[in-house]
Design a protein around this ligand. Structure first.
Ligand SMILES: C=C(O[C@@H]1C=C(C(=O)O)C=C[C@H]1O)C(=O)O
Length: 101
């Protein structure tokens, strides 16, 4: 039988996890609002969707932040790459829509 205090601790921890997940979703939503504006600016002015030198600087910065924070830098880099790939898709779609106008 699972001790009652273990069940309570699990519930308390899961409540914090739920709050953190909500914060992550809100932060991601705000980030995508900014990147959509960058995408619109790029489409309007003819800049390419991706900027590899900016991405390299972000990877170096986030890997260092992750290491300082006790988070696996490899995971931080994978997460950033996943997010940026989606952003670039959005930018490509905005550029295509602009070209079709
Ligand atoms: C948002 C930009 O566009 C792309 C997406 C990036 C991001 O999501 O951080 C970074 C560089 C670009 O490849 C940008 O150029 O700043």
């Amino acid at each position: 039988m699972i001790a009652e205090n273990a069940t309570e601790e699990l519930t308390r921890l899961r409540s914090s996890i739920d709050n953190i997940d909500a914060a992550l979703i809100h932060l991601l939503a705000e980030r995508f609002k900014c990147t959509q504006q960058v995408g619109a600016l790029k489409a309007r002015t003819g800049m390419p969707p991706a900027d590899k030198s900016r991405e390299q600087a972000q990877v170096a910065r986030l890997r260092a932040l992750a290491a300082d924070a006790g988070l696996d830098p490899v995971f931080a880099e994978k997460f950033l790459a996943f997010v940026i790939a989606e952003v670039i898709h959005h930018h490509e779609r905005l550029a295509e829509a602009r070209a079709a106008d």
